[in-house]
Design a binder for this molecule. Structure first.
Ligand SMILES: *Cc1c(COP(=O)(O)O)cnc(C)c1O
Length: 392
């Protein structure tokens, strides 16, 4: 921190420098290990955000803890008034997410947790890089977790980080040879596919693939059927937590890759791409960026855009091959408007567009064009009527 690259961009901090780290196969293993290290037992309560993905909640339930959902505010900040009301004598921990790479107010959260004797867990799945009040994200929590796959082109990977607790004594096991081979082969495939398809098409393929996996799982209705022996479910793109992978160390390949890839390129490119999307889309009618500014020290995971007519716009973009996802599209049972009205709104209206470091200029321009087209009122009708008259 404080040192600058030649072209004037600030160097950005990384959660992996925030404390002691354990190299795991996924972020959800990190959450599970943190809760176990904390000694969570049946009947203990863990405060988790209503705005979540289910892979954050499964490890809580696995640990024996009861998830208690709290509200977030419009800007995704933790609603501490709501959290306060949900604290009971059984509450042990508060899990907070730096959504899309934008930090929570960690100074206030640390003070709140100290006051109420709660463990603070920072979910840095979207925020591997970044800082708050001149300290790296991940350095404020009793524990922090990362999901390395979201930033690096690797098959498996996540971390448990702690600036405060002695997690180094947790003994990890190496994965099987089959797992190591799969991780290496997948990494090579990633690289080749990026090269061949470009990042955008590659992401579309994987986005659709995630959907298929979820669909399969819903249909199968049997968690054992979807069990894959050679890789953690996070790596295979679904939201389940498989305790068999809890103690497994990140693959050799992923560790090597994370050590050699230039972090400064990732952070600079993601910020550039975010700014390009912001410049192009922020003044458009029918939408509004969730974060209209990109403060120093923030490294975005995606570009989150609030869309006025999501039911109309989503299928248009999907059909054209724009790789979009909605965070919190699937929520834990019972989490609805009454629990958190903001979550209900965001899970419907918030689209996340990639700002990945591997996006090419022309891909970014193409995506911006598609978004502009889809948002323009009447676009769908006019293309429909064009098609109709062509058919006549
Ligand atoms: C992806 C994600 C996780 C889980 O990370 P995995 O590496 O997929 O296990 C946890 N929290 C958030 C906010 C995420 O987006």
């Amino acid at each position: 921190m404080g040192s600058f690259r030649p072209h004037g961009r600030a160097r950005v901090a990384c959660a992996l420098d925030a404390g002691r780290t354990l190299q795991l196969t996924s972020g959800r293993s990190g959450i599970a290990l943190a809760l176990r290290h904390l000694g969570i037992a049946r009947g203990d309560e863990v405060l988790v955000p209503a705005y979540h993905c289910t892979s954050m909640i499964e490890p809580v339930v696995w640990s024996g803890g009861a998830p208690v959902f709290y509200r977030i505010r419009r800007d995704t900040a933790v609603d501490l008034d709501d959290v306060q009301q949900r604290i009971t004598p059984r509450t042990r921990a508060l899990l907070v997410v730096h959504y899309f790479g934008f930090p929570q107010n960690l100074v206030a959260l640390r003070a709140f947790c100290d006051h109420h004797r709660l463990a603070l867990i920072e979910d840095c799945a979207h925020a591997l890089f970044g800082e708050y009040a001149d300290r790296p994200l991940g350095s404020y929590g009793d524990y922090a977790i990362t999901s390395s796959m979201k930033f690096f082109p690797i098959y498996d990977g996540g971390h448990l980080v702690s600036a405060y607790r002695d997690i180094q004594r947790i003994d990890l096991e190496s994965g099987s040879l089959a797992f190591e081979a799969k991780a290496a082969i997948n990494a090579i495939e990633y690289a080749l596919e990026y090269d061949r398809l470009g990042a955008l098409k590659y992401m579309l393929a994987s986005v659709l693939w995630v959907k298929n996996k979820i669909w399969d799982r819903l249909k199968a209705n049997d968690p054992e059927k979807g069990h894959r022996a050679h890789g953690p479910s996070a790596a295979d793109g679904d939201y389940a937590f498989d305790p068999g992978w809890l103690m497994k160390r990140m693959s050799v390949w992923s560790r090597l890759l994370m050590a050699t890839v230039a972090r400064s390129r990732i952070t600079a490119k993601r910020r550039d791409h975010y700014m390009a999307l912001l410049d192009a889309l922020s003044a458009l009618p029918g939408c509004e960026p969730l974060f209209p500014e990109l403060p120093r020290g923030v490294v975005p995971y995606v570009f989150p855009l609030l869309v006025d007519e999501p039911e109309r716009v989503f299928p248009v973009l999907k059909r054209q091959g724009v790789p979009i996802l909605r965070f919190g599209e699937y929520l834990w049972e019972g989490v609805d408007e009454l629990v958190c009205p903001v979550t209900a709104d965001l899970s419907r209206r918030l689209f996340q567009f990639p700002c990945h470091q591997e996006l090419r200029r022309e891909e970014l321009a193409w995506m911006i064009d598609r978004v502009k087209g889809a948002l323009a009122p009447g676009e769908e009708q006019s293309s429909l009527s064009r098609r109709r008259s062509a058919a006549r």
